[in-house]
Write a new protein. Sequence first.
Length: 95
Amino acid sequence: MSEQPLESLKSAPFVTRDEAMLPASCQLAFVVSESLELLDFTGPQTERVKLKLLIYAYSTGRLSSRKIARAALRSVPYQILAGGERPTCLELVTF
């Protein structure tokens, strides 16, 4: 693992498996993210992020848009999927 200052990691648009030591609980987040990258999804990037968050949340049993939005701020797998974006519960529920 290369030595990177903390500031460069904060400004990175997303975290990859090579950039940080992540817990095993993040594996499903990577599977969801990589699977959606393989699909021909022509929507804007923000729509792709919302789709990733919803698929991951539903697969882990989190169904409330408020809980999903809160997890995007606090939980490592959700932060990986959000890629630096902070969707609100209103944005998730209207998606």
